[in-house]
Design a protein around this ligand. Structure first.
Ligand code: GLU
Length: 422
């Protein structure tokens, strides 16, 4: 084939990686890390690209690209989700793995960061095709994963059924059941109580902590009504907030008096999305982000708040349910405008915290009550929240800068204490 002369495209994944590298650079500068250590932290430890052949129902053979990146393993096994999305590429997975490293260090759980991805739209596959594709992808990355090495979990486009297939494929290869190889499993396979809604519960905990006042009547808009956004809207509404607008791929809906989130979730489940919800007006995706609300929760993909729309954002506070929704350029504009941003590695850490609790239960072959899980989640998140806000106040940093200084600092310290082999 003749090589393409088209210049390499700046993909959204490349933009996400640029954002992650920029944040690392700022934190490393603040911490005074030397160039060698900075380069180590900027570079993934292991990075695997695989080709996954998928036999389609009509007999056709498709080959899709899959990835697993372990960004850092200095503080423990690599940990991070598995994403099925057509836009996924190696750069995006690397950025997401790097954010996992800082997130685990920030909330004090003994993991490094990883991420996996397959560049495919799962909605375009039958369940059997999806199962075959998942199992084959797991086979291709088998040398990397394991309960002591690297533990996948759900992310965009994957769920507890996907995790059950991951657990089964790994276990069949091992010759015995290995529940601790993956988290976010169904309860019957060693899942943890509270894991399903954990990221959303964490978003609620972070939002209420950042508000620092009664949530009664606080207005909220949620971008993304999927696994994280729908339950975040529910939990914020349960706490007394008024969720006035939400969006998903089908559209955005708005009701100034507050949406009935339980009803809206029922409608979305039936209709395949939020569009057409009777008790609300339609809104554009862009208008949702620019609504005059107290709290905006981006809960979908990276790079939705950019220098293009940041000057028009009127929310007083942004609580990042998604990974990397705000670009560094937008961050500067928001900081100058006095918008408080509760950063992703803090606000969405509830998911990996309860993943950790699931893994600990698996390793002990024991299970905790939902009350115990929730208490531990709350403790870890609020502990990290107060460390971040204290450091930000002490050093005049944004919450994102402070969170990165803590996360990056802990990983750098682990590197330095371990020393270099050989
Ligand atoms: N995918 C989630 C995240 O980005 C959870 C990862 C995990 O539980 O390991 O934080």
């Amino acid at each position: 084939m003749v090589p393409s002369t088209t210049p390499a495209l700046i993909t959204p994944g490349r933009q996400a990686l640029d954002s992650a590298l920029h944040q690392l650079d700022q934190a490393a500068g603040h911490l005074g890390l030397d160039d060698g250590l900075r380069t180590m932290l900027a570079t993934p430890r292991r990075s695997l690209t695989v080709s996954v052949p998928v036999r389609r129902e009509d007999g056709r053979l498709d080959v899709v690209q899959g990835f697993r990146v372990q960004h850092n393993v200095s503080r423990g096994p690599a940990k991070g989700g598995l994403r099925f999305h057509p836009g996924t590429d190696i750069h995006e997975v690397t950025a997401l793995a790097m954010w996992m490293t800082w997130k685990c260090a920030l909330v004090g759980i003994p993991y490094g960061g990883a991420k996996g991805g397959v560049a495919i739209d799962p909605a375009g596959l039958t369940t059997r095709e999806l199962e075959r594709m998942t199992r084959r992808y797991v086979n291709e990355i088998l040398p990397l994963i394991g309960p002591e090495k690297d533990i996948p979990a759900p992310d965009v486009g994957t769920d507890e059924q996907t995790m059950a297939w991951v657990m089964d494929t790994y276990s069949v290869n091992a010759g015995y059941s290995v529940p601790g190889v993956v988290t976010g499993k169904p309860m019957t396979l060693g899942g943890s109580l509270g894991r399903n809604g954990a990221t959303s519960r964490g978003v609620q905990i972070a939002a209420l902590a950042a508000l620092g006042r009664s949530p009664e009547g606080v207005t909220v808009a949620v971008q993304g009504f999927g696994k994280v956004g729908a339950l975040a809207a529910q939990y914020l509404s349960d706490a007394g907030c008024k969720v006035v607008a939400v969006s998903d791929v089908t559209g955005a809906v708005h009701h100034a008096g507050g949406l009935d989130i339980a009803r809206l979730r029922g409608h979305a489940a039936q209709a395949g999305g939020v569009a057409g919800f009777p008790q609300a007006d339609a809104l554009s995706h862009d208008d949702l982000l620019e609504l005059d609300v107290d709290v905006l929760v981006p809960a979908a993909l990276e790079g939705v708040i950019t220098e293009a729309n940041a000057p028009r954002i009127r929310a007083r506070m942004i609580v990042e349910g998604a990974n990397g929704p705000t670009t560094p350029e937008a961050d500067e504009i928001l900081a100058a405008n006095g918008t408080l941003v509760v950063p992703d590695i803090l606000a969405n850490s509830g998911g990996v915290i309860v993943s950790y609790l699931e893994w600990v239960q698996n390793m002990q072959a024991y299970s905790w009550s939902s009350g115990e899980v929730e208490l531990k989640l709350r403790d870890l998140m609020l502990g990290a929240f107060s460390e971040v806000t204290s450091l930000a106040a002490e050093r005049g940093l944004t919450l994102r800068q402070a969170a990165h200084v803590i996360g990056v600092g802990r990983v750098a310290e682990a590197h330095q204490m371990r020393g270099l082999y050989p």
